[in-house]
Design a protein around this ligand. Structure first.
Ligand code: SAM
Length: 283
């Protein structure tokens, strides 16, 4: 009997493991190493360069939180850009809003999309929606010449290493600022506050964003399979404040059923632990 486990180093002293039924697929793409596994606890999951990206069991948490916080802060968003997000989970949540007219998704690695369409159809199912335009390019270059084109930009990226590195730079955030309309919102993957390597990335991202955006906040959620289980998104905008401007009634009228997100949690998610607040105040 083979005893097969997927293991990921969360630090060089901490290892997280999942019992695996089968290694379903592996590919070295020009950008990264892609692997798919099946497991009893988390269903099918995929990793990039040995780091957990998406699994069938907890993906709803990440995709609810990257999408609905911005949409409840401004329910009249019509035009959205997703950068990264090759598994399609973020696009799937966006397509649930009938009033969104255009969703551009720019993913650097077409192989991620194709493999997710095959092995993770639950997340990739809406990439064919007629409002979705897929671009296989570097998001950093894509956003450069887009002036006031989007009401919302969601950066659903890998960590700030390899192809994801440019998505954590000030020049990229400036281009996102320029690509947003006057009520525009930028939500981006902000790593975890808990372990040193991740918290340094989180602080750097926040410090760069707050030099550019009048509203710049961080919100948290619980992600069982990411290092420490405690993860953050950044919320930056030209004008809209996610707490003062939340439109609870408007959002609830849309009638979406969500398993993690709700408007009480929306407000609570911006209340951060003291050590995280202190980190964010440091320069
Ligand atoms: N939920 C995931 C997480 O935080 O672990 C992120 C999911 S998604 C799969 C991340 C995607 O970002 C990957 O498919 C990767 O190819 C893409 N990506 C990384 N750098 C990029 C870039 N510069 N432009 C566009 N897409 C990029």
């Amino acid at each position: 009997m083979l005893d097969l486990w997927y293991s990921e180093f969360h630090t060089d002293q901490v290892k997280f493991s999942i019992k695996v039924d089968k290694h379903l697929y592996t590919e070295e793409t020009p950008f990264q190493k892609l692997d798919f596994f099946s497991s009893k606890e988390f269903g099918t999951f995929f990793t990039l360069d040995g780091l957990m990206m998406v699994n069938e069991k907890d993906e709803f948490i990440y995709h609810d939180m990257i999408t609905h916080v911005a949409l409840a802060s401004n329910p009249s968003i019509k035009s959205v850009l997703v950068i990264g997000g090759g598994d399609g989970g973020t696009v799937r949540e966006l397509t649930r809003y009938p009033h969104i007219e255009k969703i551009d998704m720019v993913e650097i690695d077409e192989a991620v999309v194709r493999a997710c369409q095959k092995y993770l159809p639950l997340t990739a199912s809406k990439l064919e929606d007629s409002r979705v335009n897929l671009y296989f390019e570097d998001g950093v270059a894509f956003v450069k010449d887009k002036k006031e084109a989007y009401d919302l930009i969601l950066v659903d990226s890998t960590d700030p290493i390899g192809p994801g590195e440019g998505l954590f730079t000030k020049a990229f955030y400036q281009d996102c600022f320029d690509a947003l309309t006057k009520d525009g919102i930028l939500v981006n993957q902000h790593e975890s506050p808990y372990y040193d390597r991740d918290s340094k990335a989180m602080k750097k991202a926040h410090n760069k964003l707050k030099e550019l955006f009048p509203v710049c906040k961080v919100y948290e959620f619980h992600m069982p399979t990411y290092p420490s289980g405690h993860w953050l998104f950044g919320f930056a905008s030209k004008r809209i404040d996610p707490i003062k401007d939340i439109q609870k009634d408007e959002w609830e009228k849309i009638g979406l059923k969500t398993k993690y997100y709700n408007t009480d949690l929306h407000i609570a998610s911006f209340s951060l632990p003291t050590y995280v607040k202190e980190m964010l105040e440091e320069n």
